[in-house]
Ligand binder design. Structure first.
Ligand SMILES: [Zn+2]
Length: 410
């Protein structure tokens, strides 16, 4: 298939995923529409399908309000938090040491400054959970306040391009919370010790979501696993994160069908990379427990196809013959370059289990991740996608897999 046809196909998949469907938060109807679409495409192309049901919490809010002495402050319900309608004394806390000392029982606690500088890892997040975060969570749970108000700044490393960011985004953490801009927090600080009224009209809803897997063989040894997450954060159509990754997997479903390979291929649409409990990733790990050692390689696509700059393939722990095959493709493809290592993606799950990986992304994003304001916002839409880059990634991965198969023959 030539690049032009492939570019058109990429565009058409992305229009379905990011324009017709749009936001694909885990547990939502639209998320299920998106996985159903990938299942249909893979099935029509002749792949054996496995669809795994996941239980998930969907979440909605009709907004939040905070008042004190007739004064209103702008607050937002923390994603996946329980709602509340409470009245209590405002207690301000800005360090862990203060949280250890101050009695917060039945108070409404303002967390600001140092203690609110990072997003706290969800309680049950399997891949990353610093002790300091667990300590903060356990102090708050023991302290038993009525609710939390988190005043946060901009922190792209911790929370993408969102400002303010929710300090807690965790369906397993049951203290109701809202968040506000750090500048708004400074104003609220003057009211510490007074009675405030907080209402957050948020609800949690039990729902389902799916992982979708397409296979071309029943052989499990030496599998090549090509992964992309389909879910988005709330309020973003998730074009670069990660509609393009899913589109590349769907293009590969077509390209790899035309070519013969000597390795079993598994195309994996994962659900949960941008969700507090990573349910699709956890389920996939359970299903493959003890098998990671016999996988040949993971190719994870996330953040590909950005309009500026070229694509990048970052190798992790590749055996020499596989690395050579990759370099050969990179030398012959000026639009794809070797990328620096980065770890905020599903390839980390494979690496942690001893399976080598390649992460496919956009060079601009890897180099500007800390300063960009696109990830997890409405700005991550189709206007920042270069469809040709999407097609080139699919062609590059195909060339690479075909050359690995040749090596195996020789
Ligand atoms: Zn992503």
């Amino acid at each position: 298939m030539d690049k032009r046809t492939l570019t058109e196909k990429a565009k058409s998949h992305l229009e379905v995923l990011c324009a017709e469907i749009g936001e694909r938060r885990v547990g939502s109807e639209k998320n299920r529409q998106a996985t159903a679409y990938t299942k249909k495409v893979l099935k029509e192309l002749g792949w054996q399908i496995e669809s795994t049901e996941l239980s998930a919490i969907d979440w909605k809010t009709e907004g939040a309000t905070l008042t004190c002495n007739g004064e209103s402050f702008e607050v937002f319900s923390s994603e996946y938090s329980l709602g509340c309608s409470v009245k209590g004394k405002l207690t301000a806390i800005n360090t862990v040491a203060q949280l250890e000392q101050i009695d917060i029982k039945d108070k409404i606690v303002l967390l600001y400054g140092e203690i609110a500088s990072q997003q706290i890892a969800p309680k049950k997040f399997p891949f990353w959970n610093p002790e300091e975060h667990q300590h903060i969570v356990s102090l708050l749970e023991k302290g038993n306040p009525k609710a939390l108000i988190c005043a946060t700044e901009r922190n792209a490393i911790s929370a993408g391009g969102v400002y303010p960011f929710p300090m807690f985004e965790d369906g397993d953490f049951d203290i109701p919370s809202v968040y506000m801009k750090d500048t708004e927090g400074e104003k609220l600080l003057a009211y510490a010790g007074q009675t405030v009224e907080l209402e957050s009209k948020a609800i949690r809803i039990s729902e389902t979501a799916f992982n979708v897997i397409g296979r071309n063989s029943n052989q499990t040894k030496d599998r090549i696993l090509i992964t992309a997450h389909i879910d988005t954060k709330i309020s973003t159509p998730g074009a670069i994160d990660n509609g393009t990754g899913v589109a590349i997997v769907l293009l590969l479903a077509e390209l790899l069908k035309e070519k013969s390979q000597n390795y079993p291929i598994e195309l994996v649409i994962l659900n949960g990379e941008d969700y507090y409990g990573a349910p699709g990733q956890v389920k996939y790990m359970e299903q493959n427990a003890g098998q990671f050692g016999e996988m040949l390689l993971n190719i994870n696509i996330d953040g590909a196809g950005y309009k500026e700059g070229v694509s990048c393939f970052s190798p992790f722990n590749l055996p020499e013959n596989i690395l050579d095959a990759l370099y050969e493709v990179l030398w012959n493809t000026p639009e794809i370059t070797e990328g620096l290592p980065w770890y905020q993606g599903d390839h980390s799950m494979f690496l942690q289990n001893g399976c080598p990986a390649i992460a496919v992304s956009s060079q601009w994003f890897i180099e500007n991740f800390e300063i960009q304001e696109l990830t997890h916002t409405p700005k991550d839409n189709l206007s920042i996608v270069n469809y040709e880059r999407v097609a080139e990634c699919a062609l590059g991965i195909t060339k690479f897999i075909v050359s690995l198969s040749h090596d195996k023959n020789n």
